[in-house]
Write a protein that binds this ligand. Structure first.
Ligand SMILES: C[S@@+](CC[C@H](N)C(=O)[O-])C[C@H]1O[C@@H](n2cnc3c(N)ncnc32)[C@H](O)[C@@H]1O
Length: 281
């Protein structure tokens, strides 16, 4: 039987609904934001020329690249939350940090940062002017690092990522830690929204957004409504030292900065290159 004519899928397209339903029935991706699945499924339908099975396969591959690869085994959210509540109730700060470490090690990006966590946030917050609001875009498990962020008892933590279970867990964890928060599901391919904060963290995420839409990662820095944006890039990939990553990202950042009137400070950590962008326009 011939496939239906390929073409851009729209929201009413029954083929799109079918691909979305198939993808969202998999446990792995059932709590990823529907708009994210829809966007990736629409691209996959075009690329697979209307072959539904192929489109499902491609959509799952894309979801793996943008989300699943960072969380190789799905975190045991309920158990982690229970352990965190017990540690907080017992007033055992060491146990609290141990649970948070365990939770952060489930996400590749925070796992890589664990060895430098203390130094990382001491240095980052030393360069910020006691913010009362911090935004963390495509946050992964990073909001769990709040106890390592000096002044986290005095700011509201606005965090977002693309998975409902993850964001619900983060909201419950921040509540348990007593950190004022607003955690939402947000797909950055639809923009950054209207939230304005003293500082925005865009950590190790720009390459992932660039892979989903060329130019859209860099555009985020302009669109973010904060006078200071902390942008970082990984300089090691899955534990492998990579000189190439440093060179590529610093060259790309330099090209982006050209003709922009911002003040920028570069700080290099063992496996992460950080830019403090102070916007002047
Ligand atoms: C490299 S990780 C960085 C996580 C965190 N910022 C950190 O440094 O610990 C990239 C994150 O981007 C999220 N992500 C991928 N595509 C996204 C999109 N279109 N909109 C929002 N978040 C996205 C993933 O779920 C993942 O948590």
């Amino acid at each position: 039987m011939p496939h239906p004519a390929p073409g851009p899928a729209d929201a009413e397209d029954p083929r799109l609904a079918e691909v979305m339903a198939a993808v969202r029935s998999s446990r792995r991706y059932q709590s990823v934001a529907p708009e994210t699945v829809r966007r990736l499924a629409a691209n996959a339908l075009v690329a697979s020329r209307g072959d539904l099975a192929e489109a499902v396969k491609r959509t799952k591959r894309s979801l793996h690249e943008v989300f699943g690869a960072y969380l190789p085994s799905p975190p045991k959210y309920d158990a982690l939350l229970r352990q965190l509540r017990d540690a907080v109730d017992a007033g055992d700060d060491e146990a609290v940090r141990a649970v948070l470490h365990r939770a952060m090690s489930t996400h590749a990006s925070t796992r890589e940062r664990l060895p430098i966590l203390e130094e990382f946030y001491r240095e980052v917050f030393a360069r910020l002017d006691a913010p009362t609001s911090v935004r963390d875009l495509a946050c992964g498990m990073n909001p769990l690092a709040a106890p390592w962020m000096p002044g986290s008892d005095a700011f509201t933590y606005h965090a977002s990522d693309i998975d409902t279970r993850l964001t619900e867990f983060l909201a419950a964890a921040l509540e348990t830690l007593g950190v004022a928060h607003d955690v939402r599901v947000r797909d950055l391919m639809t923009g950054v929204g209207e939230v304005a904060t003293d500082v925005t963290l865009l950590l190790k995420t720009l390459p992932c957004i660039e892979a989903q839409g060329r130019g859209q990662g860099w555009d985020l820095i302009d669109a973010i409504r904060s006078p200071v944006v902390v942008v970082s890039f990984p300089t090691k990939s899955l534990g492998q030292r990579s000189k190439g990553m440093f060179n590529t990202y610093s060259a790309n950042f330099g090209a982006w900065l050209e003709n922009r009137p911002h003040d920028v400070e570069q700080v290099e950590f063992r496996n992460e290159l950080v830019y403090f962008v102070r916007k002047n326009a």
